[in-house]
Each structure stands twice: as C-alpha cells, then as structure tokens.
Design a protein around this ligand. Sequence first.
Ligand SMILES: NC(=O)C1=CN([C@@H]2O[C@H](COP(=O)(O)OP(=O)(O)OC[C@H]3O[C@@H](n4cnc5c(N)ncnc54)[C@H](OP(=O)(O)O)[C@@H]3O)[C@@H](O)[C@H]2O)C=CC1
Ligand SMILES: CC(=O)[C@@H](O)[C@H](O)COP(=O)(O)O
Ligand SMILES: [Mn+2]
Length: 402
Amino acid sequence: MVTSTDGPQAPRTVTLLGATGSIGRSTVDLLLADPDRYEVEAVVSGRDVAALANVARALRAKVAVVADPSCYGALKDALDGSGIEVAAGDEAMDDAAARPVDWTMGAVVGIAGLRPTMAAVRRGGMIALANKECLVSAGDVFMREAAEAGAEVLPVDSEHNAIAQALTSGRAGEVSKIILTASGGPFRTWSAGEIARARPENALKHPTWTMGRKVTIDSASLMNKGLELIEAHHLFGVGADQLDVLVHPQSVVHGLVSWSDGSVVAGLAPPDMRVPIAHCLGWPVRLRTNVTPLDLARVGSLTFEPVDHERFPALRLALDALSAGGAAPTVLNAANEVAVAAFLDGKLSFPGIAALVATVLEKAAGRQGLVSAPQTVEDALAIDREARHIASESLNMKLADA
Ligand SMILES: NC(=O)C1=CN([C@@H]2O[C@H](COP(=O)(O)OP(=O)(O)OC[C@H]3O[C@@H](n4cnc5c(N)ncnc54)[C@H](OP(=O)(O)O)[C@@H]3O)[C@@H](O)[C@H]2O)C=CC1
Ligand SMILES: CC(=O)[C@@H](O)[C@H](O)COP(=O)(O)O
Ligand SMILES: [Mn+2]
C-alpha cells in the first residue's frame, strides 16, 4: 500500500516512457499499490509487446506505444477489445510523450530516450528522469529547454536523488563537493588479468542492484559512474572540480554533499529503486511505501575506498570528456552504447569497451561536426550518429585484425 500523509487529492496523471524495463516495472509496482491516486495516460516501450500490453491493461492506460513499427500488429492484437489506443514508431512515441500529464517517467534506455523525453520536457510538468544518457548527450539543451518550458526535472538515479535531497540542507554557493558512491560492480575485487577474461554473464551479475543489461554493464566498467558525473554536472550546475566518486560496496549511502563549514550530509536508503522513484512520484510530498526499511544494524558496516583508475579506465574517459566539454560527452555516450552492445554480443572483450570508447574519442577530436556542444536535439542526434559510425568502423577494423 502506498499512501501519503499530505498527498494531492485529485489523481495525478502519469505517462511512463520505458514502461517495461527495470525502472518501468518498479514504477508500475508503486502505481498499482495505490491505483486511485493515479490516472495513466500513456505507456511506451521498445519492442516487448507482451510486457507492454500487460502493463497497459494493468494500469488502464489510455494509449500504448511501441517504438518498433514492425510490432504494431502484435500490439494491436494483444490489446484487442481493451479500448486502449495503440500506436507504433518514433513519431507516435513523441506524440504520446507530449500528451498533457502532471508527471512523466523517463526510463527508456540510451539515446533512444532523448526524443520522447524531450517531447515530455517541452510539454512541461514533472519529468522524473532515469535516462542518464539524455543528460550526457544533450545536457545543456535538455536543461535549457526544461527551464524554458517550466518543466521540473526530478532526478531518479539513486545517487542524484540522494544528492538532491542532501542539497536542501544548504545553499548552492556553500557546496564544497558533491560525492557519488559506486558499488564497484562485480569486478571490484578482480585482478586486471581476470577482468580481461570477464564474460557477459560475469559482468551482468551486479552485486547490489537488479537493473537492465546496459546499465549493469556500465556499472561493471564504472562507465556508469562517469555518465553519472556528467549527469550531476547538468542537474546540479557543478564542474568536474567539485565532483568526486567513492567506492562503497554496500550501496546504502548513495550520495554525499560536503559543505563549506566541514559538514557532510549523506543520503541513505536500501538499494531499491522504488525509494527514489517514490520520492519523485509523490513530489513534493512523501509517499508511504512498503519497501523494506533500511536496517543499519543488520547492514553492520559501511565501507568506503578510492576508485582504482588502472583497472577501471572508463571513469577517467568520462571525466576527461566532461572537462573537455563540447561534443565529447555526446561522442563518449554513443561510443559506449556501441561498445556495450558489442561486448554483450561477444564481439569485444570487457577491457575492449573502454578501449573502443578511447579510440572513438581520439578519432572524433577535431573532426568537423564533432567539436561543438550540441545546441539542439537534432545536433545531439547528428553527433551521436557520426560517433556511432566511427565506433562501428573501429570495431570492424579490430575484428578484422583479430
Ligand atoms: N535499472 C535501474 O535500477 C536504473 C536505471 N537507470 C537508467 O534508467 C534507464 C532505464 O534503465 P533500465 O530500466 O534498467 O533499462 P531496461 O533495459 O530494463 O529497460 C529499458 C526500457 O527502454 C525501452 N526501450 C528500449 N529501446 C527503446 C526504444 N528504441 N524506444 C523506446 N523504448 C525503448 C525498453 O522497452 P522493451 O522492454 O520493449 O525493450 C524498456 O522499457 C537507463 O538510462 C538507466 O541508465 C538509472 C538508475 C537506476
Ligand atoms: C541504482 C542506480 O542508481 C544505478 O545507476 C547504480 O548506480 C548502479 O550501481 P553502481 O554504483 O555499481 O554503478
Ligand atoms: Mn545510479
């Protein structure tokens, strides 16, 4: 049961982008726990028709949209007789995201989420943002358009959600450092030699979180933390010099704010994404959820260690891209998406992920169209396309050499 002590009485209207994924399912769980509190407008997914149809029926959504146009017929059949409108394709996704609602969950994975999430941003309202790749690829555009539209961006990512809460204990000019914790991933204690032989099934075994495949691989390489530093830069308006990462294997402390007077305010929660999602879903009031409360006596000890940049070079690549600015973060994200897919396909070794990203960043440096920061969503998508092209070419060369 989800309740709040002071919740709005009129149902909150809601749209879910990425309704069938890990974040999508956690959001659905919260919505179904108190169905009278919400009215669901649209649910959107990539190509998992069966899961989308189930979610649409369970939430009594008005419209269900699948990105892959070839899935239209199957979705129509699956929702036959339900009265739920059905659509497919990129434009249908953008149209669904632009329908007026109070609250949108942006949980499509990767740059594929940029267009629909921006459509929601332009419409205004509350945007609960899980899709970090949007901010990495087009952060300035995203935040500028959100401000212009009066959209309120609510950070879902566990670290950023904790930091947003910690930031309320002081003023912007009083922040010394913003620190994101990293679990360290499944290879935290592996030697470089062992990491070199790591297979997808090893990398997909996250020690503390159950998540989609792409973010789980990013966690294993620590690229996730790099993407999150860039995300934090856009959300909180701080530069690389004010951002830090601390390895914390228990995933209980998610983020810390260090203040000018020496105080440090940390955000703690059990490693369950329903906590930050509920924070955003109820905003500005707190919901009451059935998440198992944090039992620190049971956790026992909270430990912290520095990042080993030798074994996990991806984090440095992201930090350098943040410092370089311009198109570098967009290129980094595109190259990483190609590299992660290639690793999962068995075409690239685990260390090959960071190596490919480094190669693409080098090749892109100074190339026409890959220098300046994107000014529009179309710019970001053009940079993304070109960087993917370079990544695919580089990957093919690597495969040919092997
Ligand atoms: N999972 C987590 O705990 C956390 C995730 N995040 C971020 O949230 C985002 C989502 O992650 P997660 O839920 O784990 O990912 P999943 O892979 O579990 O889910 C991805 C969702 O995106 C949909 N999708 C994929 N491709 C497209 C497309 N081309 N167009 C429209 N929809 C598409 C999928 O649909 P389908 O099922 O049909 O393929 C699915 O609904 C990522 O950016 C991730 O980094 C951030 C913090 C924590
Ligand atoms: C749950 C969440 O926010 C993930 O982004 C998480 O951060 C992944 O864990 P890592 O700390 O291992 O990257
Ligand atoms: Mn995170």
